[in-house]
Design a protein around this ligand. Structure first.
Ligand code: MN
Ligand code: MN
Ligand code: ZN
Length: 261
């Protein structure tokens, strides 16, 4: 399961009190909801060339990690941000410096940040796996950094995942660049837009340009059996599409597949 700590479109975060945090953790345990991932606010831009925006983003990210720690959440997913016209290399190094500060200010918390792959429009870094690797490699506190692969985002960023063979090539590339062991979360979304288009439009599983064959390869990949997978497909008015998307994915699971570790 994935949650936000507040609206992702506002800066303000309110910490849960002790009672609420305890109820949350007890309920999650009773319902078997594990792991739970926190998605950081959309406003945060650690790569921004504007110092004020960066400071505000660092402050907000420290709050997100504190919030996660109170709820027993291990990973916070973050969009690495936009370089604001300064170029990818500048954005990557700015993001790394900001992240280092967030990690330093939260040094005692057992919470890490998973950097999400992006579609790569509007100056957003993270469309290339190398961006995420370079950010992680330049942080001294890199043990608390990992990556989140969003299937829609990597596809429109140019990584083909439409067939078993295409997924295998992309998986090997991920392994070569960042290491598959650094992949701690997957977002499963089909894509309305084409391979390499850099257009971020999520759609229902099997109804987009990725298609069922790609998802079949991903969800049956034994290397990913311990990696949580989260749906971010569009909501229908009656809420029924979440169930439909989940059923579609479950129908693709090989019946003779070894149990998830
Ligand atoms: Mn995201
Ligand atoms: Mn995503
Ligand atoms: Zn997206």
């Amino acid at each position: 399961m994935a949650i936000f700590s507040a609206s992702p479109r506002v800066w303000r975060r309110t910490m849960p009190d002790h009672q609420l945090a305890e109820t949350f953790q007890a309920t999650a345990k009773a319902k078997g909801l594990s792991p739970i991932i926190l998605h950081a606010l959309y406003l945060a831009n650690l790569a921004s060339p504007d110092r004020r925006i960066r400071q505000r983003s660092i402050h907000a990210m420290v709050s997100e990690l504190e919030f996660a720690a109170l709820l027993g959440i291990r990973w916070v997913v973050l969009h690495p941000g936009s370089h604001g016209g300064k170029g990818e290399a500048a954005g990557v190094s700015q993001c790394a410096r900001s992240l280092e500060e967030v990690l330093r200010r939260t040094a005692k918390l057992p919470v890490g940040i998973a950097l999400e792959t992006t579609a790569g429009a509007g100056g957003f870094i993270g469309a290339r796996l190398e961006h995420l690797r370079d950010i992680i490699d330049s942080c001294r506190l890199r043990d608390r950094l990992s990556i989140c692969v969003d299937t829609c985002h990597i596809f429109v960023a140019g990584y083909d995942i439409r067939t078993a063979e295409a997924w295998e090539n992309t998986a090997q590339l991920i392994d070569k660049v960042t290491g598959l062991s650094s992949l701690t979360v997957l977002h499963l979304n089909d894509s309305k837009a084409d391979l390499g288009s850099h257009v971020d439009r999520h759609t229902h599983i099997g109804e987009g340009r990725i298609g069922l064959e790609g998802f079949k390869a991903i969800i049956n990949d034994p290397r990913l059996h311990a990696v949580p997978m989260i749906l971010e497909t569009p909501k229908s008015d009656d809420g029924s599409m979440d169930k439909t998307n989940l059923e579609r994915l479950r129908s693709l699971v090989y019946r003779d597949r070894p149990p998830r570790s």
